[in-house]
Design a protein. Structure first.
Length: 202
């Protein structure tokens, strides 16, 4: 699975700012996080932060983008794997990312603030779910090109696949509720993969 844009080598100062921002967003929420506060946590000047990030929205988006880049969810896949194996690996990686405590905490921050901060919601979607779904669509497009899948548009297929993965398992985890016996990541992934292969496999 190839990334849509090359990832530049991060500077130490930029990483320090992102570390401080992530901690602030998770501890006090988006609205209560200020550029002054992030500067204090990172022990840099506010001017230094603005030299890297023009606004708090862009800073938040960079935090989300970094989390995706650091995850193996969208790491390259073997080109010749069949549809079932490929989708199983993609699904497992995606659920592992979505169910991480920090990912869930960031999601809660966005849900809590999105009605008052539409730019925040947009930044989160474009840097996280939207970018991830685009990568999955690219994988599905490759499977279609190789003749492994057919009869569906890649983005629509990615949307369906992600939707099947983000079911009760995700919701209960986000709410801190226990999972019923037998409801595991492996079971959720397998059900989504089998549905995709039966619907669109050749």
């Amino acid at each position: 699975m190839s990334r849509s844009h090359p990832t530049p080598k991060p500077s130490a100062k930029r990483e320090t700012i992102l570390d401080a921002a992530q901690t602030a967003f998770l501890e006090v929420g988006y609205a209560a996080t200020s550029m002054d506060g992030v500067a204090a946590r990172a022990t840099v000047s506010k001017a230094t932060i603005y030299a890297h990030f023009e606004s708090k929205d862009l800073l938040f988006a960079a935090v989300i983008r970094r989390r995706c880049d650091r995850s193996d969810a969208f790491a390259p896949l073997a080109d010749k794997a069949d549809a079932r194996s490929t989708l199983r690996l993609v699904g497992r990686r995606l659920l592992d990312l979505l169910l991480q405590p920090d990912t869930l905490a960031m999601y809660r921050v966005v849900v809590a603030e999105s009605a008052r901060q539409p730019d925040l919601a947009r930044a989160f979607y474009e840097s996280g779910p939207g970018a991830g779904k685009a990568q999955i669509a690219a994988v599905i497009a490759e499977l279609i090109q190789r003749g492994e899948l057919a009869g569906v548009e890649p983005w629509q297929a990615a949307d369906l696949f992600v939707g099947m993965l983000r079911t009760d398992l995700f919701m209960r985890t986000m709410l801190g509720l226990p999972q019923p016996e037998g409801r595991t990541i492996e079971a959720a992934v397998e059900a989504a993969v089998e549905t995709m292969v039966r619907a669109f496999g050749r």
